[in-house]
Design a protein around this ligand. Structure first.
Ligand code: FAD
Ligand code: SF4
Ligand code: SF4
Length: 470
């Protein structure tokens, strides 16, 4: 008999007052007993509506049934048929708009906690398994992968399993893409990502860091070096700014820079090699998941007060509800219907460290109200006349979104991109306008999700295999 409890088993979490001051993971994961109880809420629906909500179509009822039979390793194998990063996706997938949004249990109550179960199965496998990957027999073909985010790692893994000699070229000094430089440790421990990268290396994939393709080597030079196909998974790391006076003052960061300094350069340590603000009053501009991550990171770095400034109302916040709730519980404040118009600063001509730009001291904002819906159905924010006011802040983090970096396009002949800089590909193969070059993930779509980037890496790996097997 299924368990007809209307609500999901809650996720055990660190106390908000404690976790607001540490970088340990917030969500602690299900116990075996809770996982079994949650798995029993699944009705094993014949038409599997949840599967169509998962971008890589994991056989969800099958893996959940295996959990109810205590076959945890079997459940892991079922998930692994379609996903190479289950411990990551179980943590960071926006399940509420994907698999869980289609779960029939969600009609009269809460959906089955599919993501939580996926995380349980993957963590259990990772803590108990000592499997060694045996590299596949070489098939004699060489493929280059640009970028080591979820799209690149997935494409590399799928090709290595088929015997391709794959080299991943990564611009930063650590592999993992946004999983290591963007998503904070308290949501996704870096050891999990490192394990995925280590698995790839065991399969025979070479990972070359500090290699900026388009600068250190061009895509055309990769072909000259003997690579027969290239996958571009270079993400969307170019931050957008407000374009208002004062944005060049010291103390204004893009969310990307702020999170990279904290996550990748470990600037939260007492003696960091990369400095970052610690303490003071922080304003984060934007209302997406990246804004929530930046605000919660600022709190953990010791900010006295962190305020998210968003130009629409709470209803329109694009961030996941769970992340907004977590941020509130930890003490992040929100200023809705507010838009910055100028960043205010202090300039001291006698200070040698302050030759030109000065330091942030505050922000001039204007109140907004909501007008008619825009083309995406969200009500447009409109400034309220004569409603300007000032707030005092020491640090401003701009989290307005990112675009694909134009470097690879500008150095690769014959690679077509769209008006937002996304590489144009054939949807079913990831093939670009340039022979032998494939692309996927945020470099194509603009900022999206881990699982969609992973799915694109899989599609391209299959197409590259067909292309090189001709
Ligand atoms: P990326 O992960 O961006 O990886 C691209 C890699 O390519 C990077 O390592 C970059 O250094 C490298 N690179 C770039 N240019 C070059 C070059 N010229 N040469 C060599 N290497 C290069 N998604 C979710 O599903 N859930 C979440 O909770 C979530 N939270 C997020 C939080 C933050 C702060 C951010 C920024 C994003 C978040 N996302 C989340 C989005 C998700 O992480 C991305 O959609 C996903 O990582 C995209 O994968 P990718 O492989 O396309 O690119
Ligand atoms: Fe759901 Fe993401 Fe797992 Fe797919 S990969 S089943 S969307 S949690
Ligand atoms: Fe189980 Fe929900 Fe999927 Fe039905 S829709 S099989 S109840 S997870």
């Amino acid at each position: 008999m299924p368990n007809m409890k209307p609500n999901k088993n809650p996720m055990p979490s660190q106390d908000p007052k404690v976790r607001a001051h540490n970088f340990d993971e917030v969500a602690l994961g299900y116990s075996e007993e809770t996982a079994l109880d949650e798995a029993q809420r699944c009705l094993n629906c014949k038409n599997k509506p949840c599967v169509s909500g998962c971008p890589v179509n994991i056989n969800i009822p099958e893996f959940i049934q295996k959990i109810t039979n205590h076959d945890f390793e079997g459940a892991y194998m079922t998930i692994s048929e379609d996903s190479t990063l289950p411990a990551v996706c179980g943590r960071v997938c926006p399940q509420e708009t994907q698999c869980e949004a289609r779960c029939v249990r969600g009609i009269k109550g809460e959906p089955v906690g599919i993501g939580r179960l996926e995380r349980y199965v993957a963590d259990r496998h990772n803590s108990q398994s000592s499997e060694k990957f045996i590299p596949a027999s070489p098939n004699g073909h060489k493929v280059a992968v640009v970028g080591s985010g979820p799209s690149g790692l997935t494409c590399a893994g799928d090709l290595a399993r088929k015997g391709y000699k794959v080299t991943v070229f990564e611009a930063l000094h650590t592999a993992g893409g946004v999983l290591v430089y963007g998503i904070p440790e308290f949501r996704l421990p870096k050891s999990i990502v490192q394990k995925e990268v280590d698995n790839l290396k065991e399969m025979g994939v070479d990972v070359e860091t500090n290699m900026v393709i388009g600068k250190t080597l061009t895509v055309d030079e990769l072909f000259e070096m003997g690579y027969e196909a290239v996958f571009i998974g270079s993400g969307a790391g170019l931050p957008m700014f407000l374009d208002i006076p004062g944005e060049s003052y010291k103390g204004v960061y893009s969310a990307n820079e702020f999170l990279t300094r904290s996550n990748l350069m470990k600037s939260y340590l007492d003696d960091p090699t990369t400095p970052i603000m610690k303490g003071g009053r922080v304003a984060v501009i934007g209302g997406g998941n990246v804004a929530m991550d930046a605000a919660r990171t600022a709190l953990r770095l010791g900010a006295e007060k962190v305020t998210i400034v968003y130009r629409r109302s709470e209803t329109e916040l694009p961030a996941r509800r769970e992340e907004v709730e977590h941020a509130k519980e930890e003490g992040v404040e929100f200023k809705f219907l507010t838009n910055p118009v100028e960043i205010l600063g202090y300039h001291n001509p006698d200070d040698r460290r302050d030759p030109k730009n000065g330091f942030v001291t505050g922000m001039k904002c204007i109140r907004m109200e909501l007008g008619e819906p825009d083309e995406r159905g969200r009500r447009r924010p409109i400034p309220v006349p004569d409603s300007e006011f000032e707030i005092e802040v020491d640090t401003i983090i701009v989290a307005l979104g990112t675009l694909p970096n134009p470097l690879i396009k500008s150095t690769t002949k014959g690679l077509d991109v769209n008006s937002r800089g996304g590489i144009i590909v054939e949807e079913t193969t990831g093939a670009t306008s340039k022979e032998g070059v494939y692309a996927g993930g945020d470099a194509v779509t603009g900022a999206a999700t881990v699982i969609s980037a992973m799915g694109a890496g899989k599609v391209a790996a299959k197409a590259i295999d067909e292309y090189l097997s001709k």
